[in-house]
Design a protein around this ligand. Structure first.
Ligand SMILES: Nc1ncnc2c1ncn2[C@@H]1O[C@H](COP(=O)(O)OP(=O)(O)OP(=O)(O)O)[C@@H](O)[C@H]1O
Ligand SMILES: [Mg+2]
Length: 479
């Protein structure tokens, strides 16, 4: 191991010699005889490990040298021990304040100087060692700090990437959520559209069913009417024929009775004649004979009415063919009126204004039914007495039928619903609420239209317009 170097700074050769003598066994000793030289050697290539510095020197004194050493970063760590003849406490204090580590007062003992030098060299060695350790530790710590910073940096980088990833995922989730919401909305719209369609379809089917039932009913009523008409026609024809025969028999019998009475007057005794006249009067024979003729005439009229009703029924039911053909709507009005005539007569005076109109291609039975429905509704709206007017006219390529009544009218809040199936204001069991709905359907299927206007307390007007050319597709109206 290299010996430590001691720099002895003293202008007194004796002091220098003694010191050198005691220290050279253990240390390398260099000598400076003034302050300038000492500073130069201390700041040189091989700085000393310790300086023994004399205070009193010519030129720079020891304090100045010490101050200069401490001011220089190259030399400030070198321990300085003052060697002085001064023993004032103030001087010692000044030296220590300037950075000296110790004071040795002249005359000094060699062992004390050696002990002091050894101690301070050891202290310096410890200090140097500590500094090295501190430096190493500091370097280690710096290294660790650097590593931590690197890790931190990496973590931050990862965090940034995660953030980026998260933001991307969030955007994706948002986008998907938006898409899903849109899809859900579309599904909901589709759902409600389908629901609407199903409801409309169910409603249409219900209306169709009602119409079918109604038409079947009409058809069976028609067949029934035909059967009844046929059944009635036969007995009615022989009743009528018999009544006519009876009428001629009665007149023959009257003739014969007149001749008989004349003969009785001539050939019978007067008392017998008087008795016969009495019996005749008692039995009211003249009245009976007159009444018999009247009864036969009345019965013939009745039979004629029955024949007409049967004809009307057959006419209304249109049992010939499929019911579709060029039709005079005036005949339909007459036919429907004849069917509901009795009801009309109980509540209203009927006024018909039937113009000269072209034939209309239609299902006459169905149109008869429409007219009958509207007329029956008019009858139901009138109490106790009023007026029903029906007119026909040609408007462009349509034939228009107008039905007005002086009935109670239709309130504004329900007029929009009267064509709805099953809508009725009549008492339970009295009306089905299908009359106008079916009429509306029939007119629509004929390519026509039906409208209504009404004023409460004044009356109602229904207008039915049917195209002369008929509907575009006739299978819609076949019976
Ligand atoms: N001329 C009218 N005057 C006043 N209200 C009317 C008239 N015509 C129709 N209505 C109203 O419209 C409703 C529906 O008429 P619709 O003919 O469809 O059924 P309804 O007559 O009640 O029953 P149904 O005809 O099946 O016997 C009637 O209940 C009535 O309230
Ligand atoms: Mg009705």
């Amino acid at each position: 191991m290299n010996a430590k170097t001691i720099l002895v700074v003293d202008d007194e050769p004796l002091s220098v010699k003694i010191l050198c003598h005691h220290l050279r066994k253990e240390y390398t000793v260099n000598v400076a005889s003034n302050g300038e030289q000492a500073l130069q050697m201390a700041g040189g290539d091989t700085p000393p490990d310790l300086i023994l510095l004399d205070v009193m020197m010519p030129g720079m004194d020891g304090y100045e040298v010490c101050a200069a050493l401490k001011a220089n970063p190259l030399t400030d760590a070198i321990p300085v021990i003052f060697i002085t003849g001064l023993s004032e406490g103030a001087d010692e204090q000044r030296g220590l304040d300037l950075g000296a580590v110790d004071f040795v007062v002249k005359p000094f003992s060699a062992s004390r100087v050696r002990a002091r030098v050894r101690n301070h060299l050891e202290l310096k060695a410890y200090r140097d060692h500590l500094e090295t350790v501190v430096k190493e530790r500091t370097a280690e710590l710096l290294n660790k700090q650097q590593q931590l910073e690197n890790i931190n940096c990496e973590l931050e980088q990862q965090h940034l990437e995660l953030e980026k990833h998260r933001a991307h995922l969030e955007a994706l989730v948002k986008e998907r959520t938006g898409e899903l919401l849109l899809k859900q909305q579309q599904l909901e719209e589709l759902n409600s559209e389908l629901e609407g369609r199903v409801i409309a379809e169910v409603r249409k089917n219900r209306e169709k069913d009602s119409l079918l039932v109604y038409q079947e009913k009409l058809a069976s009523i028609g067949q029934l009417a035909a059967g009844v008409a046929h059944e009635i026609n036969n007995p009615m024809s022989f009743v009528t024929s018999n009544l006519r025969t009876l009428k001629s028999y009665a007149s023959i019998e009257t003739e014969y009775r007149a001749a008989l009475e004349a003969a009785v007057t001539v050939y019978c005794p007067s008392e017998e004649c008087a008795r016969l006249v009495g019996v005749k009067e008692e039995l009211e024979i003249p009245y009976i004979l007159d009444d018999t003729a009247a009864l036969i005439t009345e019965s013939l009229e009745g039979a004629e009415r029955v024949r007409k009703i049967v004809l009307d029924l057959k006419d209304f039911a249109r049992l010939d063919g499929d019911g579709i053909g060029d039709t005079n709507l005036n005949d339909c009005v007459q036919s429907a009126v004849s069917i509901v005539r009795n009801e009309i007569n109980t509540v209203a005076e009927l006024e018909l204004s039937l113009a000269d109109i072209p034939l209309v291609l239609c299902n006459a039975l169905q149109i008869n039914q429409v007219i009958a429905n509207i007329l029956v509704n008019a009858v139901n709206a009138i109490t106790p007495w009023g007026k029903i007017a029906v007119s026909t006219e040609c408007v462009a390529e349509y034939v228009q039928l107008t039905f007005s009544d002086s009935g109670r009218g239709i309130p504004a809040d329900i007029i929009g619903r009267i064509f709805d199936p099953f809508f009725t204001t009549r008492d339970v069991g009295k009306g089905t609420g299908l009359g106008l709905s079916i009429s509306y359907d029939i007119v629509k299927k004929h390519g026509g239209e039906i409208t209504v206007s009404s004023e409460v307390g004044v009356g109602t007007v229904f207008v039915v317009r049917l195209p002369v050319a008929g509907p575009l597709e006739t299978e819609n109206i076949s019976g």
